[in-house]
Design a protein around this ligand. Structure first.
Ligand code: OFO
Length: 165
């Protein structure tokens, strides 16, 4: 079964993925309200994916003999200053998620918990993809520029990026 500190770290990760889901849903709502349709769809889907990330760890904890806790998620931000800010926040957030995942991988290896170590590999790969996607999305703002029809074009390109993922 799971070591107590491993179980704690995994439950913290459940909370982090749940928070990601809530955070991205809140961002999706702001984009939708503002008329950034493609960005909104991208983020609605992203929110669902984070929920799935949360559930995967949740089930693992119980299957491995631990006890998964439904996280209490609060203090989610609802208002943002710009579309660009949202994508900056996403990248920043994903970098923190990667750090947290790496910490669990490192811990599992040190404790010779190879089941958890192997389980977490999926997240390592996923984070690399998510960080790349976030960087691509952010680059659009510099390449296209936000003046004139820029924001509209960025939203269109975000839709394409999303479709390609
Ligand atoms: Fe985007 O973070 Fe989950 O893993």
């Amino acid at each position: 079964s799971l070591l107590v500190d491993t179980e704690k770290l995994l439950n913290k990760q459940v909370e982090m993925e749940g928070t990601s889901s809530a955070y991205y849903l809140s961002m999706a709502s702001w984009c939708h309200m503002m008329g950034y349709e493609n960005a909104a769809n991208y983020l609605y889907t992203h929110a669902d994916e984070e929920r799935m990330h949360m559930m995967k760890i949740f089930r693992y904890i119980n299957e491995a003999g631990g006890h998964a806790f439904q996280p209490e998620i609060k203090d989610i931000r609802h208002n943002f200053n710009s579309l660009r800010e949202i994508f900056e926040l996403i990248l920043e957030h994903e970098i923190n998620v990667t750090k947290s995942i790496n910490n669990i991988v490192d811990h599992a290896f040190t404790k010779k918990d190879f089941a958890t170590f192997s389980f977490m590999q999926w997240y390592v790969t996923e984070q690399r993809e998510e960080e790349t996607m976030s960087r691509r999305a952010l680059e659009l703002f510099d390449i296209i520029g936000e003046e004139g029809v820029g924001l509209w074009t960025i939203d269109q390109e975000l839709g394409k990026l999303h479709a390609a993922a």
